[in-house]
Design a protein. Structure first.
Length: 202
């Protein structure tokens, strides 16, 4: 964000109330797993004001799943713990456990709207899983435009399929006053021998 964690103009200080983090024109509420439960924008259609009605950017909570036998593995854990809070950012940490895995999730949300999730998965015993899956259910009324994953900016296609190794590992989906960009960090673990990738469909 900058040389320190202080808020910078024109943004406003990061505030938190229970599990809802507020920044300029936007709010993010996280659940007991530390993942976004609700994300909203209050920017007006002109983007000149943040006094508009809240628009939901996601329709359901974002999910991160390890899939075995066609079903997500169930995790338990303590509620997220706030690890840092300054005017320009807030951070929280979540520990999730199952019989076969431990997940340490560290999250940072900055005053400019950037949210950084870093997950470290520890395997406690040899086990086969079908898939590692991140599901982001965009609100359909907001998901009007799409740009990225090799697609030129414009109206959202019905389906986009992208594989690791292809260029453009970022995608923005939204409307003029509400949206969200996803930046997929490259990793050989995600590539799954060329099978790993990203699918958007409506």
């Amino acid at each position: 964000m900058g040389i320190d964690n202080k808020v910078v103009v024109p943004f406003t200080p990061v505030k938190i109330n229970d599990k809802t983090v507020s920044i300029l024109g936007r709010k993010l509420t996280f659940n007991d797993k530390g993942l976004p439960l609700k994300i909203t924008s209050s920017f007006t259609e002109s983007n000149h004001s943040v006094d508009g009605a809240d628009r939901d950017i996601i329709s359901h909570p974002i999910q991160f799943d390890l899939v075995q036998g066609g079903k997500p593995i169930r995790f338990s854990g303590n509620k997220p713990k706030i690890t840092m809070q300054e005017s320009g950012l807030i951070a929280w940490r979540t520990i999730l456990t199952s019989g076969s895995f431990d997940i340490a999730m560290n999250t940072r949300l900055e005053c400019d709207g950037n949210v950084d999730y870093v997950m470290k998965i520890k395997v406690k015993k040899n086990i086969h899983i079908d898939n590692v899956k991140l599901t982001i259910p965009y609100e359909k009324t907001v998901a009007k435009y799409l740009m990225g994953l090799g697609v030129r900016g414009g109206y959202r296609p019905e389906r986009v399929e992208w594989k690791w190794g292809q260029p453009h590992n970022m995608v923005w989906i939204g409307d003029v006053n509400a949206g969200m960009q996803l930046n997929l960090h490259d990793s050989k673990d995600w590539r799954k021998e060329g099978k790993g990738g990203c699918i958007f469909e409506s």
